[in-house]
Ligand binder design. Structure first.
Ligand SMILES: [Zn+2]
Length: 392
């Protein structure tokens, strides 16, 4: 009989557990690891929302790289992500696409006063004028411009709440053990202390596992698509786990998004062969790999003070992994903006029809917009008296 790896209750059957969090784009799950109460405990408020902490830590990255959840939920939108130099608040839609927040009207509008208001779009501007009309205020729109701008570098700090996040990642390591070697082997080899630390928070998870940018990592010999997902292709942002005997320990090496490294001692030496699995969280369909890896020769276990003594390495490693993701986003965002402009150009040429002058105008406008954006400034189009109809 297979039993829950955390409380030893019989699995009849177990509860669906994503090996890598669904929120991180995990699309493989197993029923052979956890019972339902244990599974739910990782999401509960009473037990600290361990899985949420991990998901939130990667909000920016999931947004920028447009990572859909394993349950087909859209990437997160970053609310009130920033303010433009003109003081306009925006959210970031998936892909770091800035979306101006719905416009706000000042509470005090003295008669005869002039205001510059920002609206998300035409409909939002009309809505604001309607509100003014209901307040009995007659507003005259002087001028309106449509501003196009590519969002600049997004500087956001990563917050990785230590113990909760580590418990969630260590759970991934234990569930991976079940997937790679079976339920019985997992219960035989994964130490009860680690299982308690992951499930209950005591003993302290820091004594077993944590971020690791100091130990040598397993050398990946090959990454083969799993037989269930023969079309799988890597993106460079894989989540992976390798489990290997190193010295007297069984060690789990977990890498998230291709660069966020985490390791932990699962228990004593198992004499099992090195095994690993990986997934590509950016793939729209499940994309799973078998990782063939060679174990490092030595391993310095994580301990209570690891984070404090290795802070510089951890900071550096996390910044580097995040920087790589941001660089990818920059390239992709650039490509999609250029595509948007190219679509405008096509429409402009179509509209121009036989008119050579109109065609030249459309092409000139395209070239100027592209150049403006390359130089980092914005582009605005005068909307003329578009809203004057609301004048009362
Ligand atoms: Zn259980």
């Amino acid at each position: 009989m297979e039993k829950c790896v955390f409380c030893d209750s019989d699995l009849l059957p177990g509860s669906e557990e994503h090996v890598f969090l669904s929120a991180l784009g995990g699309k493989i799950a197993t029923y052979r690891a956890l019972c339902e109460p244990c599974n739910n405990a990782f999401a509960n408020a009473q037990t600290g929302k361990v899985d949420d902490a991990l998901a939130k830590g990667f909000d920016e990255l999931r947004n920028g790289l447009k990572i859909w959840s394993g349950r087909n939920g859209p990437p997160p939108t970053l609310i009130k992500a920033g303010t433009t130099p003109e003081g306009i608040e925006f959210d970031l839609a998936p892909g770091f696409v800035p979306v101006v927040r719905a416009g706000r009207l000042p509470n005090q509008l003295p008669v005869g006063s002039e205001h510059t208001l920002a609206a998300r779009d035409e409909a939002d501007a009309k809505r604001m004028l309607d509100i003014l009309a209901k307040r009995g205020i007659s507003a005259k729109v002087g001028s309106a411009t449509h501003v196009q701008k590519k969002v600049g570098q997004v500087h956001r700090s990563l917050s990785f709440d230590g113990p909760k996040i580590w418990r969630s990642i260590a759970k991934t390591a234990i569930v991976s053990f079940v997937v790679l070697y079976g339920n019985e082997q997992a219960r035989r080899f994964v130490s009860p202390e680690l299982r308690r630390a992951v499930r209950h928070g005591t003993p302290n998870i820091a004594n077993f596992a944590g971020w690791d940018f100091t130990n040598e990592w397993p050398a990946v010999v090959s990454l083969e698509p799993h037989s269930k997902t023969p079309q799988a292709r890597p993106s460079g942002f894989e989540h992976s786990v390798v489990i290997a005997d190193v010295g007297e320990n069984s060690v789990a090496y977990v890498t998230l998004f291709g660069g966020f490294r985490f390791s932990g001692v699962l228990g004593t030496r198992t004499h099992l062969t090195v095994r690993g699995l990986a997934i590509n969280p950016r793939a729209p369909r499940p994309a799973r790999f078998i990782v063939n890896a060679r174990a490092p020769e030595r391993y310095a276990p994580r301990y209570d003070g690891s984070l404090a003594s290795e802070q510089a390495q951890v900071q550096g490693g996390i910044q580097q992994a995040f920087g790589y993701a941001m660089q990818t986003w920059q390239e992709e965002a650039h490509a999609s903006y250029a595509e948007e402009l190219a679509n405008d150009l096509r429409a402009g040429i179509e509209q121009a029809g036989e008119s050579e002058a109109a065609r030249t105008l459309a092409i000139n406008e395209f070239v100027m917009k592209l150049a403006e954006v390359e130089l980092g400034s914005g582009w605005s189009t005068d909307l003329g008296n578009l809203f004057i109809e609301d004048d009362q």
